[in-house]
Design a protein around this ligand. Structure first.
Ligand SMILES: NC(=O)c1ccc[n+]([C@@H]2O[C@H](COP(=O)([O-])OP(=O)(O)OC[C@H]3O[C@@H](n4cnc5c(N)ncnc54)[C@H](OP(=O)(O)O)[C@@H]3O)[C@@H](O)[C@H]2O)c1
Length: 311
C-alpha cells in the first residue's frame, strides 16, 4: 500500500519543502539497498537519509538508478539528505594514506593547511554528488559539531548553499550551545537531526530549535523497541498499541510527527516499511502524548561523539 503524505510537507525557513517522514539507510548496502529503496518508494517514502561515513552513498546511487528505471521515478520526486563527517577512509588528500582519515581536529595533520576545510568539504560534496548520481543535494548536514572548526565548516556550507549545489543546509547532533555559536552567520541551519525517544525527549533543545525556525529531524526513532529492557516502558507501548489498534513502532512514530518532528526510521523489510509510514491517519490523545513523555530520563542511545574534543 502506498501512503500519500505529499500534502503534509514540512516547510523549511528558506521555503524549501521536505516530506514529513524519511527512510534511514544505515547500515544497508548492495542488493539490500536496491530492494529497500524500491520497496520504500512503493510504500510512499520520498525522502532518503545517508551520510559519507555510512559508506553507502554509491550503493544508494545504484539503487536510485534502478528505482528511476523500474518505477519511472525522477530525481525531482525525491528529497536526498546526506552529511559531512569525520571519516576513517582517506579522501584522496595529500598525506591521506598516512593519516588514514579526515578529522576536523586542530591536532589532525590533515587540518594544517589554511584551505583544509574548504578542500575537504569541496571534495566530499563532489564525491557525494557523483556517488548519488545527482547534480544537487536537497539537504546537507554537518554530522557532528566538530567544535575546532565549527565556523569554518559552516562557512563552506553557506558557500555551497549559495551556489545552489545544496538546496538546504543544517546540522546534526548539535546542542543549543553549538547552534548559538552560529548565530552571527549569514545563513542559519534549517534542520537539526538529533536522537529523540521517549527516554530522551529533548524538550528544551526542540523548543530552542523551534524558536530559531529550525526543523528537528529524528534519527533512531524506534530504536528503543530493541534497546530498552524496562518492562514498564514496553507495557506502556503495548497498552497504547492496543488502544489505538496500531503497532508500538507506529505509536512511537506518531508521537514524533505529532510534535512536528520528522522521523527517519530504517527497515529492510517491506512489511515494516509500510507499517512505519502508515501513521498519518490517526492521532494520539494529549494525555497519551504526556504519558509517553513521562518516560524521559535523558538517556542517549547513540554515542554523540567519540572523536570530538570539547563537544
Ligand atoms: N545523524 C546521526 O548521527 C544518525 C545516527 C544514527 C542513525 N542516523 C540515521 O537515522 C536512521 C534511523 O536510525 P536507526 O536505523 O539507527 O534506528 P531506527 O530506524 O529507529 O531502528 C532501526 C531498527 O529497527 C528495526 N525496525 C524497523 N521497523 C520496525 C518495526 N516496525 N518494528 C520493529 N522493529 C523495526 C530495524 O530492523 P529491520 O531493518 O530488520 O526492519 C532496525 O533494526 C539511520 O538509518 C540513519 O540513516 C543518523
Amino acid at each position: 500500500m502506498v501512503v500519500d503524505n505529499s500534502g503534509m510537507s514540512i516547510q523549511l525557513s528558506n521555503g524549501v519543502t521536505m516530506p514529513p517522514i524519511g527512510l534511514g539507510t544505515y547500515p544497508v548496502y548492495g542488493e539490500a539497498m536496491c530492494k529497500m529503496i524500491v520497496d520504500g518508494w512503493d510504500s510512499g517514502y520520498r525522502m532518503i537519509d545517508t551520510s559519507d561515513n555510512y559508506y553507502n552513498e554509491e550503493d544508494l546511487g545504484v539503487a536510485l538508478s534502478r528505482l528511476y528505471e523500474a518505477r519511472n521515478a525522477k530525481r525531482g520526486d525525491l528529497f536526498l539528505v546526506t552529511k559531512i563527517s569525520d571519516e576513517l577512509y582517506p579522501v584522496n588528500q595529500p598525506g591521506a594514506g598516512t593519516n588514514r582519515g579526515i578529522f576536523f581536529w586542530k591536532s589532525s595533520p590533515m587540518m594544517q593547511s589554511p584551505t583544509a576545510v574548504h578542500d575537504i568539504i569541496s571534495r566530499k560534496i563532489e564525491r557525494s554528488l557523483r556517488s548519488l548520481n545527482t547534480e544537487y543535494i536537497d539537504l546537507l548536514l554537518v554530522h557532528r559539531p566538530y567544535p575546532d572548526y565549527i565556523h569554518e565548516i559552516w562557512a563552506e556550507f553557506e558557500r555551497f548553499y549559495k551556489q545552489g549545489v545544496v538546496k538546504a543546509i543544517g546540522v546534526s547532533n548539535y546542542h543549543a550551545r553549538n547552534i548559538e555559536a552560529l548565530s552571527s552567520c549569514e545563513v542559519l541551519p534549517m534542520v537539526n537531526q538529533i536522537e529523540v525517544s521517549p527516554l530522551n525527549t529533548r524538550k528544551s533543545l526542540i523548543e530552542y530549535c523551534r524558536s530559531q525556525g529550525i526543523k528537528v529531524m529524528v534519527f533512531a526513532p524506534i530504536m528503543t523497541l530493541r534497546t530498552v529492557r524496562d518492562s514498564a516502558y514496553h507495557d506502556m507501548l503495548q497498552g497504547l498499541s492496543k488502544k489505538y489498534d496500531r503497532t508500538p513502532a507506529q505509536v512511537l512514530l506518531r508521537w514524533n510527527v505529532q510534535q512536528g518532528l520528522i522521523p527517519i526510521p530504517k527497515s529492510t523489510q517491506r512489511s515494516r516499511l509500510e507499517e512505519n509510514i502508515a501513521i498519518f491517519d490517526f492521532s494520539l490523545e494529549d494525555d497519551d502524548m504526556s504519558l509517553i513523555d513521562s518516560f524521559n530520563e535523558n538517556r542517549q542511545y547513540v554515542v554523540e561523539s567519540k572523536a570530538c574534543p570539547g563537544f
